[in-house]
Each structure stands twice: as structure tokens, then as C-alpha cells.
Design a protein around this ligand. Structure first.
Ligand SMILES: Nc1ncnc2c1ncn2[C@@H]1O[C@H](COP(=O)(O)OP(=O)(O)O)[C@@H](O)[C@H]1O
Ligand SMILES: [Mg+2]
Length: 310
């Protein structure tokens, strides 16, 4: 559905995108995760044909964005970071404007607007002027506008930044539903690792204009060998218990810690029951279990020495 081939973009002597390649398959939900200034929006603008790359090319649904821009743009629905709506017009009037840009009119336009408003749960507010909307509701209208022409590929640039939790949930659920139930292909950029973990099957982590990690969610989580942590609440973990636990296959490291046995493991699901059996064999009682899987934040920190949110 989307091929981004080695794109480069310079602004003066600043290289915002330094050879990014991405492939997103039909029906997939792909995350582009990176901190502020990583080059996400520049990459998205190039994919949408709003910016011309200095090098490289983008193919969308089989169409080159540079050579067949009209065909390529029909395939995509884009939700940009900045809101572009007419404040004194109603939500529905704004949508009608966007629909006309895609040559929608008459009954078809009306039914597409009904459908899009329904998807973002703003049917009951459609006649209100946009300047009475919260930031989050405006963002949802942007999502609706991107859906009017029933795109095959939905592209979203940090759609939940700076909005209320209710609208944030609405957008996340909408995207997930469109991907899972309607098989819409999604390219979702964010600097929130939880969003990418919730929405995406595959992802690329981008930093300073370059992809520094890519793969399935699980592959990337385990890329730097970050282990899962199992924490078993035990009243008096002693040295014999720690030594026996460290010998359980799959346990990389075990230690006692404030009324708990903490084990670093490669595969928590596989290790949990033999570990529990070993603990029972030592005559200890487990009163609580906590499993912490490695997350994308830890991977980013490991690769760059910085936190994603910085
Ligand atoms: N129009 C522009 N002119 C000059 N520099 C830009 C422009 N757009 C983006 N940049 C710079 O390129 C880098 C990447 O920006 P951007 O793609 O917006 O990152 P992100 O969306 O990941 O936060 C940043 O250092 C930013 O300051
Ligand atoms: Mg951005």
C-alpha cells in the first residue's frame, strides 16, 4: 500500500529526513514513533505530496506521488497536525467544503458526511459552528474530513497531541476500529509509545531523521535484548531462594528486593510456572505477581540515551 524509498529532505543546511525507507502492507497499521523534531511531520508531508523530497520516492497504492499525484492522493486520507477548519462555519459545512475538494456532491456527499460524522461520534454537534468546538472535537472533524472519500490508507500525524482525554480515546478507538473492522491501512505517527503499542502491528522508530529500529511490536520491544521483569511478592526472600530461582531455565538474573523476588527473564509466559514451582519447592508462599514486559520507551532510551518525551 505504501512504499517510501530512501527519502531525504533538507531545509537549508538542516537535514530533517536522512534516508528514510518504509513499507506498509495492505490492511496493516504501522506506527512511526519518534520524539519531537525527529522528522515525522516532514516524512508525512513528503508522503502526502505536500513537500518534494530532495532524494528518493514515494509509491502509494502503486502510484508514484511525484508522477501520478492525483491518483496517489485519492488513495490517502490525511489528518495533519495543524487544524485547518473555518471557525464560523458549522462542522457539516466544513466537511462539505472538504468533500467538494474530492469532487463529492449531492446525495453522495450528504451520505458520506453522515457516515464520517457517525464514525467520530459528532453527529449530534454537526450543526454547531466550529468556533464552539473544543480542540479535541476539531481534531475529530479533521479525522472525519480525511475519511470522506473513503481512503484506503489513513495517515495521521500526532492526532492526539494537546487534546482532552475523551477525544483522545475517541480517536484511538476510531483508528483501531477502522483498521481492524474495515481493513483500512493506517500510518500513525506519535511520540507516545502507548499509542503505537495499542494501535500498531509494526513500527519504525525515527530519530534525527533516520530510522533507528523497525519491525513488529514484539521484535522491536526485544531488539536490544531488554528483558521482561517478573516480580513475585514473597515475605522473606532469602539467598537460597534467589540461587534456586537463578537456575530456572530462561531466568537471566534473580535478586531479592523489599519483600519480593525479582527475576529478569527473556520470555515471561514460559518462565512463570517453572519459577513458581521452584519458589514453592523452597517452601515460600507467593502473595502477588507482577509481570512487566519490555516497552518501546526502554528501547528508545537504550538506543539513544534519551527519553522519547524529551
Ligand atoms: N519548514 C522548515 N524549515 C526549516 N526547518 C524545518 C522545517 N520543517 C521542519 N524543520 C526541522 O526539521 C526537523 C524535523 O521536523 P519535523 O519533521 O517537524 O519533526 P517531528 O514531526 O518529528 O517533530 C526539526 O529539526 C525541524 O525544526
Ligand atoms: Mg510533527
Amino acid at each position: 500500500m505504501l512504499q517510501v524509498k530512501n527519502i531525504v529532505k533538507r531545509f537549508g543546511d538542516k537535514e530533517a529526513v536522512r534516508g528514510v525507507s518504509l513499507e506498509v502492507g495492505r490492511g496493516e497499521s504501522f506506527g512511526l514513533l519518534g520524539p519531537n523534531g525527529a522528522g515525522k511531520s516532514t516524512t508525512i508531508s513528503i508522503i502526502c505530496g505536500l513537500l518534494r523530497p530532495d532524494q528518493g520516492e514515494v509509491i502509494v497504492g502503486g502510484h508514484s506521488v511525484a508522477e501520478e499525484p492525483v491518483k496517489a492522493k485519492r488513495v490517502m486520507g490525511v489528518v495533519p497536525q495543524d487544524i485547518a477548519l473555518y471557525p464560523t462555519l458549522s462542522a457539516r459545512e466544513n466537511l462539505a467544503f472538504w468533500g467538494s475538494l474530492y469532487d463529492l456532491s449531492g446525495r453522495e456527499l450528504q451520505s458520506r458526511m453522515d457516515e464520517a460524522l457517525e464514525i467520530v461520534s459528532l453527529t449530534d454537534r454537526q450543526k454547531d459552528r466550529i468556533n464552539t468546538y473544543s480542540g479535541g472535537m476539531k481534531r475529530r472533524i479533521n479525522v472525519a474530513a480525511a475519511l470522506l472519500h473513503r481512503p484506503q490508507l489513513l495517515i495521521m500525524d500526532e492526532p492526539t497531541v494537546g487534546i482532552d482525554p475523551q477525544s483522545r480515546n475517541n480517536i484511538l478507538e476510531t483508528v483501531r476500529r477502522l483498521n481492524q473492522e474495515k481493513s483500512m491501512t493506517v500510518l500513525y505517527t506519535s511520540h507516545y509509545m502507548e499509542e503505537v503499542e495499542y494501535l500498531c502491528q509494526r513500527l519504525a522508530i525515527i530519530d534525527h531523521g533516520q530510522v533507528i529500529a523497525r519491525g513488529s511490536l514484539d521484535e522491536v520491544r526485544h531488539l536490544v535484548g531488554t528483558d521482561a521483569t517478573i516480580r513475585l511478592k514473597i515475605a522473606n526472600p532469602d539467598e537460597a531462594l534467589v540461587a534456586a530461582s537463578a537456575d530456572v531455565p530462561g531466568v537471566r538474573q534473580a535478586r531479592a528486593d523489599e519483600g519480593a523476588l525479582v527475576a529478569l527473564v527473556s520470555d515471561a509466559a514460559a518462565v512463570l510456572s517453572p519459577l513458581m514451582a521452584t519458589v514453592a519447592g523452597q517452601g515460600k508462599k507467593v502473595t502477588g505477581i507482577e509481570v512487566q514486559e519490555p516497552n518501546l520507551e526502554a528501547v528508545f532510551l537504550h538506543l539513544t540515551g534519551r527519553a522519547l518525551r524529551d
